[in-house]
Design a binder for this molecule. Sequence first.
Ligand code: GLU
Length: 496
Amino acid sequence: MALDMKFFEEMEQRIPHGKVRTRFAPSPTGYMHVGNLRTALYTYLIAKHQDGTFILRIEDTDQGRLVEGAVDVIYKTMAECGLFHDEGPDVGGPVGPYIQTERRGLYGKYAELLIEKGGAYRCFCNKDDQEETEVAEGVAIHKYDGRCSRLSAEEIQAKLDAGLPYVVRQKIPREGTTTFSDAIFGDITVPNEDLDDQVLIKSDGLPTYNFANVIDDHLMGITHVVRGSEYLSSAPKYNLLYQSFGWEVPTYIHCSPVMRDAQHKMSKRHGDPSYEDLIAQGYLTDAVVNYVALLGWSPGGEQEIFTMDELVKAFDLKGVSKSPAVFDIVKLRWMNAEYIKAMAPEAFYAVAEPFLKQAITNPDVDLKAIAALLQPRCEVLTDIPERVDFFDAVPEYDNELYTHKKMKTNPENSLTSLQTMLPALEALQTWDNDSLYACLIALCEQLGVKNGLLLWPLRVAVSGKASTPGGATELCALLGKEESLKRIRAAIEKLS
Ligand code: GLU
């Protein structure tokens, strides 16, 4: 079958040149790993730092792993994170289609071209029968023995005429070495005998990832390929493919894995959170994106809080680390709290409201005022319900809560304190934080006792908690006079 060279020329002519072009190429799995999000982010930052083009390509050739609705999850996550693509399945572009299954016709043609150029061959063997087993460091490696690469043209034609199914394999030179460059790891050289004649086109005609990524990166004019370091061992084979085609190799940027701890990679299967999980756990998208940027990239200064624009300006491959990064949820909590503190009060109320309403059903409670108290003290939104549930009703609590070493309080003197303050509070005309505070401080002075002796028991009496968003008088002001006095009387009873 003669190759249609005109077709290949036209494809070449479509490729844009002269600008940085990067792509995020997720497989639609239904969620976004933290490591994937980082890849997407770095890919975006490399493009935008140099005023380049950021492309989204969907890698869905592994039909067995397809998940319903998964592509929408990708669009949604990227938009939420501010990773806006310039080209992609939904927005189009000059080198589409941007979904691999919609490009399926292409790969076979390029496989033919590669066979013609001597970089690949048809293999008619059954899946597992013609493998040689090598033992390296005690591990058996199954490698195809390459027998179909030695078939004569007549033998091949006979098999094709007989309608035998085949795959297309890459023809790896048996001798010599292959060197590839990575922007993070430098030059890496491997002996060719370590590389296998990997399958490029499966018997169903669909390409493997290993073939499709090279064809697509070339035809889409990709200049920088960012991917996980699990692909490092495949990079020499990709280089050989580029060489066989006579194409320019893109800059590789392999990122080290994101770890749960020193030994283990983060893994959703083992319960580590994906991006969606983190959002459901009450983290803010901006904080997660900021934190993920610093997982394995160091801006080289003291600054840790970055807007997306600042990341675009600051991002530099020199700061990307070779060593794996450990995902530190404590650090993320801290960063999330910083983002919460920096929000406009209305914006915080908007995100906090659903969590407040989970715990507070009493319509008389001023949720906005509670949000204002919470904002400087809140690390994660999902902590909110448990911290404010007492506004509806005082939870069951142990009288030992009244014991506070520093305040020098215990259940006995707390009873006295509450009994003492009750008439003063009953008589109070204006029920707001300032008046409540002034009233109680005056009472302390009159009694010649420290403030804590009255304020701690009051806080416990109205909240039933050791830690509250706001002090005793702030809580009373929000609860209102009637409810606060009711709670103080109930506490006196409980302590008596
Ligand atoms: N589809 C591959 C993945 O999701 C992408 C790898 C690459 O960026 O080349 O792992």
